[in-house]
Design a protein around this ligand. Structure first.
Ligand SMILES: *Cc1c(COP(=O)(O)O)cnc(C)c1O
Ligand SMILES: [Zn+2]
Length: 398
């Protein structure tokens, strides 16, 4: 591993990168890997993101045996949504085509490489959804003992898609909000690399979303990038990716970064509105956008710092608009989960506030697949028709 360091995002203290630490012992804020600079974008012409963007990662080896083909997802331009919303261009970054159907695979693959280089044989995470499945899958791929800590009441239809990968799934009874910290403590004690939502190397993995967008737009980066935000790891990674390319002189400007949350759970937006520099726990969270329902995001304060440094924006989207955006995306051929639709739903709000203008290009990060959250079907009141075969001709003629 190259001689980069972890830097505390709040106090700037540095720590050795060859250690599994994710938060500053002094101020308890998240750590970040020091910035990488290179004028060589592609170290290798390959779709393996860790080989391709090798100059922006500290890894010594980039063994294929840890890859499940993560990343290199399509960036689609949507003329119909652009027209409907009245903006120059709407780009859709389709993260649903990752191996476990969400962007989480990028961060898991990255944290896995860090874990293996540090000599860990055990990995784990705390999650009930996309991250749990992702870590379980990569644990299976790398043949590591994998422990997934879930909430006591996780329904069987959510538990099975994790357990299928042969991971050890542990339902933990008690206060779920304590589990993030408790897992890090036990991980350190017993040699388990807990790759939770916003650990520094998960954030590094998300950088590749930005790198790909730069390449896919031939370095004419979009004016605005909207990221559905929960723990804050993904938006931190995307911002860092653009920042590293910008400081390397590879792109002409930074895009405006937007953190999009659901109104039913918007701790970062609430703090942003008050101009506060720390978040508060969001009371009684409730939203259909389940994957972004974290009432007390561990990287919340750092997201506020990033938005303030980059003049970024945080917006909250009402439930009705989330479902409508999910339907609109399906209407263009992309079935995403409600959490992902929040990015599209944010556009009209940003236009209304004058933040997005009609001549701009806007990229929405479609974070995960609709099939991961079939409970949303009920809200759409979908229909089908019945017909007897004798009347089929009459039925299809019209
Ligand atoms: C995890 C997740 C998010 C939120 O990402 P954070 O890094 O927690 O902010 C958004 N959408 C989907 C589908 C997710 O799985
Ligand atoms: Zn610190």
């Amino acid at each position: 591993m190259s001689e980069k360091k972890f830097i505390c995002t709040a106090c700037g203290t540095s720590f050795p990168i060859r250690k599994n630490i994710s938060r500053c012992p002094k101020c308890h804020e998240p750590l970040e890997v020091e910035e990488f600079f290179s004028t060589e974008i592609c170290a290798e012409e390959t779709s393996d993101i860790f080989k391709r963007y090798k100059n922006f990662f500290p890894f010594k080896s980039c063994s294929d045996t840890f890859s499940l083909g993560e990343g290199m997802t399509p960036l689609l331009s949507s003329p119909s949504l652009s027209k409907k919303l009245g903006v120059h261009n709407v780009f859709l970054k389709n993260e649903t085509v990752n191996s476990t159907w969400s962007f989480k695979d990028r961060g898991t693959a990255s944290a896995l490489r860090h874990a293996v280089e540090l000599g860990f044989h055990r990995i784990g995470t705390v999650s009930t959804g996309n991250m749990a499945a992702s870590v379980a899958a990569f644990g299976a791929r790398a043949n590591l003992e994998t422990t997934i800590l879930v909430k006591e009441d996780l329904p069987i239809e959510k538990l099975n898609p994790i357990a299928i990968y042969n991971a050890r799934v542990v339902k933990v009874y008690g206060d779920y909000s304590l589990l993030y910290e408790e897992s890090l403590r036990l991980g350190e004690k017993y040699g388990i690399y807990f790759m939770n939502s916003d650990v520094p190397f998960r954030v590094e993995g998300s950088k590749t979303i930005a790198f790909e967008i730069c390449e896919q737009t031939k370095f004419n980066v979009p004016d605005v990038v909207i990221v559905p935000t929960s723990a804050g790891g993904n938006i931190r990674g995307i911002e860092k990716g653009f920042r590293e390319f910008y400081k390397s002189g590879l792109i002409p400007h930074m895009p405006l970064i937007v953190a999009a949350q659901a109104e039913g759970c918007a701790p970062i937006v609430e703090a942003y509105k008050k101009n506060a520099n720390s978040i508060e726990r969001f009371p009684s969270p409730h939203t259909i956008a389940h994957a972004i329902e974290n009432p007390f995001p561990p990287s919340g304060n750092q997201v506020l710092r990033v938005l303030s440094r980059q003049k970024g924006v945080a917006v909250a989207v009402p439930e009705k608009e989330i479902l409508q955006a999910q339907r609109e995306l399906a209407g263009t051929g992309l079935f995403v989960q409600p959490a992902s639709a929040v990015s599209l739903a944010a556009i009209p709000i940003l236009i209304e506030r004058g933040i997005v203008t009609s001549n701009q290009q806007v990229a929405c990060i479609l974070t995960g697949s609709g099939l991961k959250y079939t409970a949303a079907f009920e809200a759409h009141k979908l229909t089908s028709e019945d017909v007897n075969i004798d009347s089929l001709e009459d039925c299809v003629r019209v």
